[in-house]
Ligand binder design. Structure first.
Ligand code: FAD
Length: 279
């Protein structure tokens, strides 16, 4: 079996306690020898300095860290400044996204889609950055059709993406079908499944509603039936997500990218249960 490359996603903490917690999370997950960690970026300016600060902090911990960058609502000039700052800090890995505008913010910006951002980064910085893009096995909620969403994915790859991370999903068939379809269109970059550990029912349903990920009925009903029993939710969630990761890695996924929500416990337990071959 080929080594499975792990990566972990964080968001920039807002409080001193959050910063401390993330430091501890980074240290615990480092023991799993991840290929990289990534740090989200708030469209419209909410967490942009926080993204860079968090990436720098992770690099100090000896982790390869990739900031996310979204183009929606931004001018080319401001994107240029951010990319310049990333480069000055020696950052060579980036996750390039369109992003979503916070409600009430109207301006789309100079680059409308992630494919345009990838093209912009390549035009400005050549091969300096290793670029990840997003992929949607259950299709992006705003896509005109599954075909137009796949065409968009191919455009991002043709614009220069090196690798892709998917939106999370609980249906492995959707992922394998997406990868097969992309391969038929000539896409040969790694497409790494995004994994959302299940630790909280209402939060999972809220996130899934926002990003268009389907929570299968049998999972939602079981989680709902546990009510406030956090331990039961945790145990069931670990079983379900470990089973998903097992199937994904056995059937060819090149890696696993965990949406950690800044906590180490669930992602770490899943990885330990999988007993993955060393990367
Ligand atoms: P795009 O690839 O540009 O696609 C957006 C939509 O436009 C799709 O429906 C696509 O089909 C459509 N489209 C693209 N091109 C065209 C075209 N030429 N004509 C018509 N339609 C077109 N959000 C954040 O704000 N910050 C983050 O840090 C962040 N990190 C993420 C990390 C991952 C791994 C993933 C999967 C998502 C992340 N998101 C983040 C969410 C993401 O920004 C949203 O899903 C956003 O709505 C789409 O971004 P995208 O890069 O996939 O957009």
């Amino acid at each position: 079996m080929k080594p499975i490359e792990l990566s972990f996603e964080f968001f920039p903490p807002k409080t001193p306690e959050g910063i401390e917690k993330l430091r501890a999370t980074g240290a615990q997950l480092k023991a799993l020898n991840p290929k990289f960690v990534s740090v989200t970026f708030g469209a419209g300016g909410s967490t942009q300095q926080g993204t860079l600060d968090t990436v720098v902090e992770m690099m100090k911990q000896g982790l390869e860290a990739a900031p996310h960058l979204s183009c929606i609502g931004s001018s080319k000039e401001s994107l240029r400044a951010i990319l310049g700052a990333y480069r000055e800090h020696g950052i060579r890995h980036i996750v390039a996204l369109r992003g979503d505008l916070p409600s009430g913010m109207g301006e789309v910006g100079e680059l409308r889609y992630a494919s345009e951002l990838v093209g912009f980064i390549r035009a400005e910085h050549g091969d300096w950055f290793n670029i990840e893009v997003a992929a949607y096995p259950e299709y992006h909620p705003q896509a005109r059709s599954p075909k137009s969403d796949m065409d968009n994915f191919v455009r991002k790859v043709q614009a220069g993406a090196n690798s892709a991370i998917t939106q999370y999903f609980f249906n492995a068939d959707a992922y394998f079908r997406f990868v097969d379809d992309a391969r038929k269109l000539g896409v040969d970059i790694p497409i790494v499944p995004g994994i959302m550990p299940i630790t909280n029912f209402s939060q999972l349903m809220r996130f899934s509603e926002m990003c268009g990920a389907e929570v299968p009925k049998w999972i939602a009903r079981r989680l709902e039936s546990f009510g406030d029993d956090k331990e039961a939710i945790r145990a069931f969630g670990l079983d379900v997500v470990t089973g998903l990761c097992e199937r994904l890695t056995k059937e060819g996924a090149p890696g696993l990218h965990f949406y950690t929500l800044n906590g180490a416990a669930a992602s770490k337990t899943i990885c330990e249960r999988l007993a993955l071959p060393e990367a």
